[in-house]
Design a protein around this ligand. Structure first.
Ligand code: FAD
Length: 566
């Protein structure tokens, strides 16, 4: 499949994109070939954080950067066409399961995670949200100097090229394209009308200092195509920057240490075991599940837990893998005859074919949908300082993350709790670096979260019961008999799962459970940083792609400043 923009051939599996910049040696130990090249920085994981930090560091031709990802190039139409989100794409998704959740009646949750260039930004719903000013001021108040809203706003703006908004809160000219949807779906007017009927504020821009209200989301798209972190920070420079090497199909298996200094990364590519050496730093950007996994595999983590897997301890750091946080989410689902909802039956084939033709001609219409087209932020109680729930209004029936298909058309509305009290964990399932980690989000582990979700359910139902939305409902799929608080608690325990925002498992801070310091350096070792969603000390009130890209931007800036100073 050719790249839709560049015409370049898409890679399969292992794929060296630019030549090595330094020496190579062959190591025949154990019959395997290990190719060792040296770079200033070796970055593991080409997701939102990894692309941003590698892209920015490699702007300086004198700084050599290698970026590894276990997945592929992710440049086929199935990734770049927003509608592709509706089609399962196993090669670009780690598709993890959680351990049985005690707060969810023992159910096993699903945790999709992007694999390959762009990471989760290559498979996400493209909603562009930064979180609330309060969140970053809270990070700073926890002891993370340099991470207040005033400190991080310039990095959000530096990343952004916002087509619709400018002024104090927005950037123009950054690599990340942000704009309104081009789906032209008239449902937006219905949703805004419903918001007014329920007496919620209708808001145009969710990325100012406050974000309370409902409306239409902006998305990370450009000209109707998905704009992943890879398209923003990496793909324009692949094969052009001689100091940037990108390896796909390259699964990092451990960080190499000399004493307590990280000096490189070992990885498997195809059947070969290889190494890359880092002159300055190894940067982990493997995401909220796999960054802690790789630290533990490499001997950095809770000493007892590592010992149980026979892993020698490089540094006892008990916080690695703890403090996992994710947004618990409930989805209202309705069948509907409204003609602008997405539908998988053959009867709608002519509509789909027309939509494909329009997309090819204009890059507009149904094929540009991110599905979660509308939504916003609400307070379940008037006295709260900041909104505590977020809604995602989806133009299709969404059951079990889209894994259970329904014949009828319809719509859905997610509601998630923005700052849950429950804390989960990521542990090793085994010492096999290719095994999935053991993920426990501990959803609804704290009763306070369950009660907050009851209020979230009632607040969202106010919107679902407005005349504007009632008029579209043919059948309430799961909640028609849910009336009392006990009914709500029961259905929450039966149906809550993730809305895909795990963070916090390598948290930034200065306390005993902190994994990185405010410069994102791993405590107790040298030459090692973490630059991804795992460093967030607390979950922000919103979607996590833009915040993770901000983290990558700020990390690159901090590293460049340190390099200038030495
Ligand atoms: C289905 C879904 C929908 C979402 N919707 C939205 C949305 O609409 N808006 C929003 O803001 N956020 C959304 N998110 C969340 C957001 O995309 C993520 O929070 C963000 O992309 C995380 O960035 P990251 O850098 O921490 O990790 P990732 O982007 O997940 O990147 C990690 C990368 O590391 C690689 N990797 C992992 N382990 C290894 C290894 N051992 N060796 C080599 N490579 C490795 C992975 O393949 C991956 O490419 C969604 C996420 C998902 C999954």
């Amino acid at each position: 499949m050719d790249h839709p923009l560049t015409g370049a051939r898409a890679g399969r599996g292992a794929n060296r994109l630019t030549p090595p910049v330094t020496a190579r040696r062959n190591d025949e130990a154990q019959g395997e070939t290990s190719v060792t090249d040296t770079f200033d920085f070796v970055v593991v994981g080409a997701g939102s954080g990894g692309c941003a930090v590698a892209g920015r560091l490699s702007e300086d031709a004198a700084t050599s950067v290698a970026l590894l990802d276990a997945g592929g190039r992710n440049d086929t139409w199935r990734i770049t066409t927003p509608f592709g989100l509706a089609l399962p794409y196993p090669a670009a998704n780690w598709a993890f399961d959680t351990v049985p959740q005690k707060g969810l009646n023992g159910r096993i949750g699903y945790q999709p995670r992007g694999k390959g260039l762009g990471g989760s930004s290559a498979i996400n719903a493209m909603v562009y949200i930064r979180g609330h000013k309060w969140d970053y001021d809270h990070w700073a108040a926890l002891g993370n100097a340099g991470w207040s809203y005033a400190d991080v706003l310039p990095y959000f703006k530096r990343a952004e090229n916002n087509r619709d908004f400018d002024g104090e809160y927005h950037g123009k000219g950054g690599p990340l394209h942000v704009n309104r949807l081009r789906s032209d779906n008239p449902i937006h007017d219905v949703f805004h009308q419903a918001a007014r009927e329920a007496q919620f504020r209708v808001r145009d821009d969710f990325n100012e200092a406050d974000h309370e209200g409902l409306g239409s989301y902006q998305v990370t798209q450009h000209n109707g195509e998905r704009w992943s972190a890879a398209r923003a920070y990496l793909q324009p420079h692949i094969d052009k920057r001689a100091n940037l090497r990108v390896e796909t199909g390259a699964h990092a298996t451990r960080i190499l240490f000399e004493g307590k200094r990280a000096v490189g990364v070992e990885y498997v590519q195809g059947k070969q075991k290889k190494q890359l050496r880092a002159r300055r730093e190894v940067i982990l950007a493997a995401g909220a599940f796999q960054s802690p996994q790789l630290l533990m595999l490499s001997g950095v983590g809770d000493g007892d837990a590592l010992g149980a897997h026979g892993i020698g301890v490089v540094h006892h750091l008990p916080g690695v893998g703890r403090n996992l946080q994710d947004h618990p989410d409930f989805v209202f689902v309705y069948a509907s005859d409204y003609p602008h909802f997405v539908h998988s039956s053959l009867g709608r084939l002519p509509t789909l074919l027309r939509a494909i033709q329009r997309y090819r001609r204009e890059r507009r219409g149904l094929m540009t949908t991110n599905f979660a087209e509308c939504g916003g932020f609400l307070k379940t109680q008037a006295h709260l300082d900041v909104p505590d729930i977020q809604l995602h209004f989806v133009v299709a029936m969404l059951d079990d993350h889209g894994r259970k298909r329904h014949k009828e058309a319809g719509f859905s509305c997610h509601v998630c709790l923005l700052r849950p009290k429950s804390r989960g964990s990521v542990w090793l399932r085994s010492a096999d670096p290719l095994a999935a980690p053991m993920i426990d989000p501990n959803f609804l582990g704290e009763d306070e979260d369950l009660e907050a979700m009851v209020a979230a359910f009632r607040t969202t139902r106010r919107l679902m019961e407005t005349p504007a939305l009632r008029a579209l409902q043919k059948k309430d799929m799961f909640t028609s008999n849910v009336r009392t608080d006990d009914d709500i608690r029961a259905i929450l325990r039966n149906r809550v799962d993730t809305v895909y925002h795990p963070v916090g498992s390598c948290k930034m801070g200065t306390d005993a459970l902190a994994v990185v310091d405010p410069a994102l350096k791993v405590h107790g070792v040298q030459g090692l940083r973490v630059v991804d969603a795992s460093i967030m000390p607390t979950l922000i009130g919103g979607n996590t792609n833009a915040p993770t890209i901000m983290i990558g931007e700020k990390a690159a800036d901090m590293i460049k400043a340190e390099m200038r100073a030495h």
